[in-house]
Design a protein around this ligand. Structure first.
Ligand code: NAG
Ligand code: NAG
Ligand code: NAG
Length: 492
């Protein structure tokens, strides 16, 4: 031992290793004693270098960089076929609301099952434009004690278990749950879920817009109507334990509370994704749709409680128009860009695929990102305060005090991923408007298809737009990526 050390010390300096003769025989591992000191030095140097290199690599690649590289691997490239939707319906509601499901369900690419409370009179010849329907199992053995509540909460909670137990789960990475009046933007949901590793335990959704509802149920619960997603690995565990939870949470009102409680017992917390919308508001959704969070639109719910989104349409047609626009540029639907015409002092807010608002004057961006209170509270009655989970501003009663509003009329895209969307003036009567905007009838918006990858969503950045001047009856707007240090403001 000591001898070896002494010997090594007497070896030539490392810098002279390059002078080794190439013909030197490769040492056999069986006879270590035959390794010449020079060759051993080469090996030691190589090992030393590789340790230094590994340490160096680890230290320079911060952990988030490594994980973002991991997330972009094909392993996580979630696709439509990896999602299995379970829709909770009742025989009575399904007849009316299946028209909503038909809008987002594509028989060829969406996997979905509808759970009904009873069969009686189920069409023996199923409609191929709708997902297959099954009848939920009997749940009369489970207790339900919430005063005045509906026992169906147990059946709907159990949809989670019955979906997993059905066994038709090949390649399923995510179990997604919603009601028959939930409309999903499937491609956006795929984009959002691809941020997460389906092999881990994830519970993804969002709570209510209405503050009081979150106080009553939980701020940390995914509200069922807005839809929520459970990773396949978590779904399998939840299915095993759910029945025992159903016995314990008999005193709760809804199905989503039962799922939330059982997941809490498994030690799993909700991951909030702002694109899920429970829509616990009523009436005119304009203000809410015009200030969507900077995240892909995933779902809309309570469609029967809100007015049609577009003038002169019914609810189904309204949703169809939004989904039609989303089919051409899914990630961009409801994304808001604001641009300024400084020569005429005009501010324009474009909500892609839905509406454009033209304000006379210079409006600061943060003010345009708050929600105009066009809707009313979910709960009715004198004691109900309108407390929401987001910042709001008043919507003037006088239509002439509002901006000019243009609603989506049509969208078309060309081969090069460019998209033109056209918005038509919604005439509200004879208002006095500034000279620059008083003849406007149309807004035409040019954009390029928004391709979101995990990198761009984490964190996202709002896009910029430009107004082509001059304009008269028709204004042309181009949406584009902002420059690195560009500010969204007048005269910058
Ligand atoms: C769906 O599949 C059917 C049968 O394979 C085919 O006829 C139909 O064109 C497809 N539809 C779409 C939208 O791809
Ligand atoms: C909505 O309008 C469409 C097209 O005009 C029509 O086919 C459908 O029956 C209407 N739906 C309702 C619920 O009125
Ligand atoms: C604006 O459009 C109106 C109506 O088409 C037309 O009469 C007018 O001449 C146009 N003004 C300009 C400056 O082009």
């Amino acid at each position: 031992m000591n001898q070896t050390r002494r010997k090594r010390r007497s070896d030539p300096p490392l810098s002279r290793l390059d002078s080794l003769s190439p013909e030197m025989p490769f040492p056999s591992s069986k006879s270590p004693s035959l390794i010449s000191p020079r060759v051993r030095n080469i090996f030691l140097l190589l090992i030393f270098c590789s340790i230094i290199f590994t340490l160096f690599t680890y230290c320079t690649f911060r952990r988030d960089q490594i994980s973002s590289i991991a997330r972009s691997l094909p392993l996580f490239s979630t696709q439509r076929r990896h999602l299995l939707f379970s829709i909770a319906a009742s025989r009575d509601s399904w007849l009316r609301r299946s028209s909503y499901v038909r809008l987002w369900y594509s028989p060829n690419s969406t996997r979905a099952v509808v759970f009904l409370d009873r069969g009686g009179g189920l069409d023996p010849d199923p409609d191929p434009t709708l997902p297959p329907a099954v009848v939920s199992q009997d749940v009369s053995r489970f207790p339900y004690t919430f005063p005045g509540g509906l026992r169906s909460a147990i059946r709907v909670a159990r949809v989670v278990k019955e979906t997993v137990d059905r066994g038709d789960n090949k390649d399923v990475r995510w179990f997604v749950f919603g009601d028959d009046d939930t409309v999903f933007f499937v491609d956006n949901l795929v984009t959002v879920l691809s941020k997460y590793d389906h092999r881990k335990w994830w519970y993804v959704g969002s709570n209510s817009e209405f503050y009081d509802q979150n106080v009553r149920y939980s701020f940390d619960m995914a509200f069922g109507g807005g839809g929520f997603a459970i990773s396949a690995s978590l779904g399998k565990v939840l299915a095993k334990v759910l029945d025992s939870c159903l016995m314990r949470y008999a005193h709760m009102y809804g199905s989503d509370s039962r799922i939330f409680s059982c997941l809490a017992e498994l030690g799993v917390a909700l991951t909030h994704e702002p694109g899920f919308h429970q829509i616990d508001v009523r009436g005119n959704l304009f203000g809410l749709l015009c200030a969507h969070p900077l995240a892909p639109l995933v779902s809309l719910h309570h469609l029967d409680a809100v007015d049609p989104f577009f003038p002169k349409t019914n609810r189904t047609e309204s949703v169809a128009r939004l989904i039609g626009a989303a089919s051409l540029d899914s990630a961009r639907i409801l994304q808001q860009s604001v641009c300024y015409d400084s020569s005429n002092i005009v501010t324009v807010s474009v909500v892609w695929g839905y509406a454009v608002q033209v304000y006379e004057g210079n409006k600061l961006l943060p003010d345009l990102l708050t929600l105009q209170k066009t809707f009313s509270t979910w709960r009715r009655g004198s004691g109900v305060r309108s407390n929401y989970m987001f910042s709001t501003r008043e919507y003037p009663r006088d239509p002439c005090a509002r901006p000019l509003v243009f609603f989506l009329d049509s969208v078309r895209s060309d081969e090069t991923d460019g998209t033109w969307s056209s918005y038509k003036l919604h005439n509200v009567g004879n208002c006095h408007r500034a000279e620059a905007v008083k003849r406007l009838q149309w807004i035409r918006v040019m954009s390029r298809k928004l391709k979101l990858n995990v990198e761009q969503m984490n964190p996202p950045r709002r896009q910029c737009c430009d107004i082509s001047s001059p304009y008269n009856t028709s204004m042309v707007i181009n949406i584009r990526q902002c420059m690195p240090d560009e500010l969204i403001a007048m005269n910058t």
